[in-house]
Ligand binder design. Structure first.
Ligand code: TPP
Length: 512
């Protein structure tokens, strides 16, 4: 068996059965091994950012890693920004990065670069394999490293001769490390703080915002009066009817600071401190008051549901019934973002997966869908835009029975637009909604926030209308049927059609 085959067999044996790939010469033996080894679904992505973003979306749904296959340091570099987001989302991914043969790399051929150096900032684990005999065992360690709580990115750099040489041995799957349990002291400290009834905010993340985690947090809030919130952007937030409607920390610093002004205790459940997205002259760097006491109740690597169960027990929290508001009605008439949001909330199927890269237009959709059918909400956590379409692609591969709805700004969608081609090729159930305001609207807000002034160059650099993007033609050219909705009635028709027709569809929404 050659090294490549031992690698693919080890990945499959360790539960990695999906590979988002963009191969080159150094990965030829890996690709050939995919033909010989059953059990790995290979998905071609026409840019490495599509592969890495799709691996993020897949992992958010499956809670296990997919592999990516990328070509040398430059291929990895193309995928880095969405690996940055995936790292922030704390998801497992195993990157396989092909590289020059061990004896050829020192000769400095064109594609050689510091591949380890490029890997490190996004990876929890990096290894350049130098011996075919250890490749299988190294791959098993990579999968384990990716799955070590709170999950991370493992990057295995694979010289081409390590791949093609004989002597490969399949690595035995290694145990998946368990999350740690919070200490009894931490439970008692949190219970004592909450029993004091001083104003407190509990910031929830990870499994604490699953359906189960939210129900527990809701019981704790009903008993103690603690405010609950999620970070501004989330890996996967359970929402809709039957799930506790969690607020997110507002993005706008002044709004967040005013909202949490009186907070005396900040209790972290798998979340970090609420650092604002950017610094703005004269504004604080935290959304909660400086003098609020920090309680690290549970860390991201802890079993967060267990922590909440024990806290709810310690506080003797009774069960609570969730009040349910009415499902939003269909809106009619002129296209507005609020009307579009209500229309989506009225029509979205049960257990949809919403991928949110709506930038300035996202809040109305978030608010309108609170009483929609149960769904998951996937956000852009690392702040590198362009991940929406790839995330949706990976989530749809992970969950073929669920409809994925992508809400994306037109600017953001242009970063990895070739995701649509993969969606067409794999016939994925993704409905992409382009919020087409033909500008980088958020940058006007940021410009004002940092105290800079608009001018002709600013206007030119923030405008997407010279030339205009023809979303319908662009989408159709990649095999995804598409239409434009100028009225809310037309949007409702298109959504109904897409939700009842297998495969991808794109709707362009002209908005201001
Ligand atoms: C990788 C990366 N490049 C650039 C930016 C800066 N940036 C943030 S939002 C944005 C524009 C988003 O435009 P669009 O998706 O059309 O949404 P809108 O602001 O119009 O609502 C840009 C360029 C970023 N966050 N990440």
């Amino acid at each position: 068996m050659n090294g490549a085959e031992s690698l693919v067999r080890t990945l499959v044996a360790s539960g990695v059965d999906t590979c988002f790939a963009n191969p080159g010469t150094s990965e030829m033996h890996f690709v050939a091994a995919l033909d010989r080894v059953p059990g790995m679904r290979s998905v071609l992505c026409l840019f490495e950012g599509v592969a890495t973003g799709a691996a993020d979306g897949y992992a958010r749904m499956m809670k296990k890693p997919a592999a990516t296959l990328m070509h040398c340091g430059p291929g990895l570099a193309n995928g880095l920004s969405l690996l940055h987001n995936a790292k922030r989302a704390r998801v497992p991914i195993v990157n396989i990065v092909g590289d020059q043969a061990t004896y050829h790399a020192p000769l400095d051929p064109p594609l050689s670069t510091d591949t380890e150096g490029l890997s490190r900032p996004v990876s929890a684990w990096v290894r350049r394999v130098t011996k075919t005999e250890t490749l299988g065992a190294d791959a098993a360690v990579a999968v384990q490293a990716a799955r070590r709580p709170p999950s991370g990115i493992a990057t295995l750099i694979l010289p081409s001769d390590v791949s093609w040489n004989e002597g490969g041995a399949v690595g035995a799957p290694l145990p998946v490390p368990e999350p740690s349990k919070v200490s009894a002291d931490a439970v008692r400290d949190a219970a004592r703080t909450l029993s004091s009834r001083e104003p407190a905010l509990m910031l929830l993340n990870g499994d604490a915002v699953s359906k189960e985690g939210l129900a527990l947090a809701h019981r704790i809030a009903a008993k103690t009066g603690v405010q609950l919130a999620a970070p501004t952007f989330n890996t996967k937030l359970a929402r809709g009817r039957g799930r506790y409607p969690l607020e997110r920390i507002p993005y706008i610093v002044d709004v967040a600071v005013a909202k949490y002004a009186g907070i005396k205790h900040l209790i972290l459940v798998g979340a970090g401190e609420p650092v604002t997205f950017f610094a703005y002259p004269g504004k604080p760097s935290f959304s909660t008051p400086k003098d609020a006491k920090l309680h690290v109740f549970a860390r991201p690597e802890d079993d967060l549901v267990d922590a909440l169960v024990r806290l709810a027990d310690e506080l003797n929290c009774p069960d609570v019934v969730l009040p349910e508001g009415p499902r939003p009605a269909l809106a009619q008439g002129r296209m507005t973002v609020e009307g579009a949001a209500a229309t989506l909330a009225a029509l979205m199927p049960t257990h949809a997966i919403v991928v949110d890269e709506g930038i300035t237009l996202r809040d109305p959709f978030f608010n309108a869908t609170a009483n929609g059918p149960p769904h998951d909400w996937l956000g852009n956590i690392g702040g590198a835009i362009g991940g929406g379409l790839p995330l949706a692609t990976g989530a749809a591969i992970a969950e073929p029975k669920r409809r994925v709805v992508t809400l994306t700004g037109d600017g953001s969608a242009m970063y990895a637009v070739q995701s649509l081609w993969t969606q067409a090729r794999e016939q994925l159930d993704v409905t992409t909604i382009i919020l087409s305001n033909r500008k980088y609207a958020v940058l006007y807000r940021e410009l004002e926030g940092v105290g800079a002034k608009p001018g002709p160059t600013v206007n030119d650099l923030f405008a997407l209308d010279r030339p205009t993007l023809d979303w319908v033609a662009m989408s159709k050219s990649m095999g995804v049927d598409a239409a434009r909705a100028d009225t809310l009635e037309r949007l409702a028709d298109l959504l109904r059609r897409s939700f009842s027709t297998p495969g991808p569809f794109l709707i362009e929404l002209p908005l201001e």
